[in-house]
Design a protein around this ligand. Structure first.
Ligand code: SF4
Length: 461
């Protein structure tokens, strides 16, 4: 897109230039993007997780180590160069090297405490994930020391996937080489958009030049799998610009592309600005436009030989590109989650850490695990969770659930399945439920129908 002088340059401009301030969501206006989380990342919704349930998680940790469950390790690095206007994560942009070292030290203390728990004895991670924030914000020295210590508690010699999120502007060739040498197999680059103007208006720290350089370095270094993230419908995004983004992504030919539809959760800077100016509608594309853009992207990637492998991903070679982290978690793997605000899971109990760095560090200083809230799931909730999350893959088989849970999902979910079918979102053929493209493009909205009644209309925070 051209960065012409009459296009908005700041967040306030962008929100202020919205042409139709709306008073509420009625009729067609429902299709406008309003504040809130639509993306279903877990189940039951986070608003049901409670501090009172933390003892249930501690009980699991004191029980014997299971022999039939995969284990993952997640480390949350909450530092970024700059806060993006659409960001809803816990991130800090003002920490110096000493503060970051203290945080990493706290994370290692946390890991050491977990390593002593009966439930984790002798277990090795199937997958490791560095998320954020910006893991690539750390220096090579910090990363090397951190991963050496992680490996000393939970060795990586049986680890199938090490995923690492990067912000392109933090990457040099030297750092990327070090990241590859740590054992990273899946490098995920938060590109979001290739256009400088769109990146600037949305508060991204990097620009096109940096991301082209980072992509080239990464490809030359030969990572096993490179993923790039794109977001459809950022502020000031246009049809032409989106098409060019898709074209450029195809030219680079990464192994995997993840495409999100822009949403504006309540804890974003954009929402704060909307509140100040009394806007109900977010200054981003409406839902039909975002769906049309993602649909276009899926079509173009498919023409270029990619396969649409879920509601948000296209992959170059489905036989080669694995999502160990995602698939194992959806199937109920344990996740030892470290760092501020991170989400984990042990033996059917979900948990989340303290959401601010102060209480997080204080708990560890006091020799306690920094867990803030938890949720002990029932067998039925685990079934619903695994059913809805796997629906995002676009295809599920009833026999899988019959075998694992002894439940006929075609009967158990007869009503919402029938409703989704009548809307043209899916078809059922014998054992198989297959989402249509239309269903895939709005799967998060559809999934709420499958929730238990008490969880419908819950805020996803
Ligand atoms: S880089 Fe990612 S985590 Fe950091 S502020 Fe931007 S969206 Fe948030």
């Amino acid at each position: 897109m051209d960065s012409s002088s009459d296009t908005p340059k700041t967040l306030t401009d962008a929100v202020g230039q919205l042409k139709t301030p709306l008073e509420g969501a009625h009729g067609k206006e429902k299709e406008k993007t309003e504040a809130g989380n639509y993306f279903v990342a877990n189940y039951p919704p986070f608003s049901f997780w409670q501090p009172e349930q933390v003892p249930a998680m501690m009980d699991v940790l004191d029980s014997p180590a299971p022999t039939d469950k995969n284990l993952g390790v997640y480390f949350h690095i909450p530092f970024c160069r700059k806060r993006c206007h659409f960001c809803y994560f816990r991130v800090y942009t003002d920490k110096n090297a000493a503060e970051i070292n203290a945080y990493l030290e706290a994370g290692m203390k946390e890991l050491e405490m977990y390593a002593q728990k009966a439930y984790l004895q002798g277990r090795k991670p199937q997958f490791v994930y560095f998320g954020g924030g910006t893991p690539s914000y750390l220096s090579v020295k910090q990363l090397t020391e951190l991963t050496d210590r992680m490996k000393s508690y939970f060795p990586w010699d049986e680890t199938e996937e090490v995923a690492f999120e990067c912000e392109p502007g933090t990457l040099t060739e030297k750092k990327l080489e070090a990241i590859r040498n740590l054992g990273v197999t899946r490098l995920s680059l938060g590109i979001e958009n290739f256009d400088d103007h769109v990146l600037e208006v949305n508060g991204r720290a990097h620009r096109g030049k940096e991301l082209h350089r980072a992509l080239k370095f990464a490809q030359d270094l030969g990572f096993k799998q490179i993923n790039i993230d794109l977001i459809a419908g950022m502020m000031d995004e246009t049809e032409d610009n989106w098409k060019r983004c898709v074209e450029q992504a195809i030219e680079y030919g990464p192994e995997c592309v993840t495409i999100y539809q822009m949403e504006i959760p309540y804890n974003t800077t954009i929402y704060q600005e909307m509140k100040k100016t009394g806007r109900v509608t977010a200054p981003v594309a409406d839902w039909p436009t975002k769906r049309r853009w993602v649909n276009y992207a899926f079509d173009e990637f498919e023409k270029a030989g990619y396969t649409t492998s879920s509601a948000t991903t296209v992959v170059k070679d489905p036989k080669d590109v694995k999502f160990v982290y995602r698939d194992s978690l959806w199937e109920g793997a344990d996740l030892l989650s470290l760092g501020v605000a991170s989400f984990g899971h042990f033996g059917g109990v979900h948990y989340q850490n303290q959401a601010d760095v102060g209480p997080y560090m204080m708990a560890l200083d006091a020799g306690e695990l920094p867990v803030y809230r938890a949720y002990e799931t029932s067998e039925e909730e685990r079934l619903v969770r695994e059913f809805i999350l796997r629906m995002k893959l676009g295809r599920v088989t009833a026999s899988y659930y019959q075998e694992k849970y002894g439940v006929d999902v075609l009967k158990r979910f007869e009503k919402p399945l029938h409703h989704a079918q009548s809307e043209g979102f899916l078809s059922i053929d014998g054992d198989e439920i297959r989402l249509t493209r239309d269903g895939l493009l709005q799967v998060d909205r559809m999934l709420h129908d499958f929730f238990l009644p008490q969880h419908r209309n819950a805020r996803y925070t």
